[in-house]
Every structure is written in structure tokens, then in C-alpha cells.
Write a protein that binds this ligand. Structure first.
Ligand code: PMM
Length: 270
């Protein structure tokens, strides 16, 4: 899954693809680089980000979706809002990527159910402004697993086909760096729930901290690619169904190596 953020403030590529034409060009390039799907988002979810209203989100994404659909690019819509998801599906997106796992907008389940489309449920505890203080766990792997299971139960109770659900541990969302590493180490516990699992570590803050300079300065966002590739290979080797990344070409290359070497499965800690 290639990332296409059409926001002025996303932490990584924010501001780079705001013009419709530039965004369509980049989304098409992601597909040509090997993305099976391009994930378009019109609201930043970086820690501390202010929210925009649904109309602004729709205005940002729909013209880009229209252009990308015309170019034959398969799309997911990265939103927590039912109205935005509905508008995006209407414009031709085919997957809902909901970082709130259905919690932020009670109308999302009905949109997913009525569309009969895949719905990515990410583990989430609250909006960006408050998520840092929600990163409190006794056992992060067990709690993320249980909370994802609850989201699956809520979705199926609302009539969503369980065969359309995809789960995501939500790295960086109400998670410290150590929580992210725990979830990486024990990704198999999420895979065991029996749904496809999406893993999305690309260029995230904890990788910048891991690679910090001796004086503590985090590695710049655009220089976290090798670390991102390592996380993607580890995740797929642990059973992930997909990875959400900025650099699709290098990811496809790294995964080609993993496949050519016999797709060895990773032994994970219990
Ligand atoms: N992270 C971001 C945005 N959307 N969607 C899913 N399913 N999982 C994630 O971890 C996720 C997401 C934030 O990162 P970005 O600003 O690079 O898009």
C-alpha cells in the first residue's frame, strides 16, 4: 500500500502533493512502482494535529480520487469519517482505511456494510491531540489484540461481513516507541486473530529516535527508509498481509528478496 497524503501538515510527505495534478501524478507513480493499492488521506493524524472538518477533507481527496480512478489506480480512503468514506467510495475508492477502527464515527460501520468493501480497522484510543496520554498499557500486545477483537465484534454486530475486515496494530497511535517494538516482536499474536494484518511503520517517529545522532537529534523523516524497509520485511515474515509505505519501489525490492530466499517465516517471541 502506497501512501498519498493530500494534507498541508502530514508529518512525512505533508504539503508535497497538495495540487491535484501533482497528487495524481504521485499516486500513479506509486502504482507503477508496485503498489497494489494507494491510500489517500486528507486529514493529518500526526501526534498533536488539529482536525479539519469533513467538507475540507472531501474537497481535498475527491478530485484526486477522480483523477486516480481515471488513471486506473486502486484506492483506499484514509479517514475516520463516514461522510468522507462515502464520498470517496462514490468517487471510486474501493477500500476504507479507518485509523479509529470504527470508534470515531458511529456511522462508519453502515457505510462499510452497505458498500460491502474491505474495511481496515486500526487499533486506536483517541484523536491525535490526546493520544500521547492514552499510551498506557500493562501488556500492550494483549490489550491491542483484545481491543482489535472488540472492534471486529462491533463491526460484525453492525452487519459488516467479517471477510472484509483487515486489522492494523496502529504503530505510533497511543503507543510509545517501546510499545511499537513490542508489537513488532509479537506481531504473530495479532495475525493469530485470523484476519489479514496491515503493518504501517513507514518513516514514523520511533524510527527517527532509533537512528538518532549522538547528540540525540532524531534522524530526519526522509532518511528513515532503510529502517522502514527492515520493519516491512520483518512484518511480512511474521505474517503481515500488507505494509503501508511511502517508498513503494524499495519495499517491493526488499520483499522480492525475501520471497526469492524462500519466504522464511520469522520465529517470534511468545
Ligand atoms: N498511520 C498514519 C496514517 N494512516 N493508516 C493505517 N491503517 N495505519 C497506520 O499506522 C496509519 C494510517 C500516519 O502516518 P502518515 O502521516 O505517514 O500517513
Amino acid at each position: 500500500m502506497g501512501i498519498l497524503n493530500v494534507t498541508p501538515d502530514s508529518f512525512s510527505d505533508g504539503g508535497r502533493y497538495n495540487g491535484v495534478e501533482a497528487a495524481v501524478e504521485h499516486g500513479t507513480a506509486l502504482m507503477n512502482d508496485g503498489a497494489d493499492i494507494v491510500d489517500i488521506g486528507g486529514e493529518s493524524t500526526r501526534p498533536g494535529a488539529e482536525r479539519v472538518d469533513a467538507a475540507t477533507e472531501i474537497k481535498r481527496v475527491v478530485p484526486v480520487i477522480t483523477g486516480l480512478v481515471a488513471a486506473g489506480v486502486p484506492l483506499s480512503i484514509d479517514t475516520t469519517r463516514a461522510a468522507v468514506a462515502a464520498a470517496a467510495l462514490e468517487a471510486g475508492a474501493t477500500v476504507i482505511n479507518d485509523v479509529s477502527g470504527g470508534l470515531a464515527d458511529p456511522g462508519m460501520a453502515a457505510v462499510a456494510r452497505d458498500a460491502g468493501c474491505p474495511w481496515i480497522l486500526m487499533h486506536w484510543r483517541g484523536h491525535s491531540r490526546e493520544m500521547t496520554k492514552l499510551a498506557v498499557y500493562d501488556d500492550v500486545v494483549a490489550e491491542v489484540r483484545a481491543e482489535l477483537r472488540e472492534r471486529v465484534d462491533a463491526a460484525t454486530a453492525a452487519g459488516v461481513d467479517p471477510g472484509q475486515l483487515i486489522l492494523d496494530p496502529g504503530l505510533g497511535f497511543a503507543k510509545t516507541a517501546e510499545h511499537n517494538w513490542q508489537l513488532t516482536r509479537h506481531l504473530g499474536a495479532i495475525v493469530e486473530l485470523g484476519f489479514p494484518v496491515l503493518f504501517a511503520a513507514s518513516r514514523k517517529t520511533y524510527l527517527g529516535r532509533l537512528l538518532a545522532a549522538a547528540d540525540g537529534t532524531p534522524r530526519a523523516v526522509d532518511q528513515r527508509e532503510a529502517a522502514t524497509l527492515a520493519t516491512s520485511v520483518l512484518a511480512v515474515a511474521a505474517g503481515a498481509w500488507g505494509v503501508r509505505v511511502h517508498d513503494v519501489r524499495d519495499t517491493a525490492d526488499a520483499l522480492a528478496v525475501w520471497r526469492a530466499s524462500g519466504s522464511p517465516r520469522l520465529e517470534q517471541q511468545r
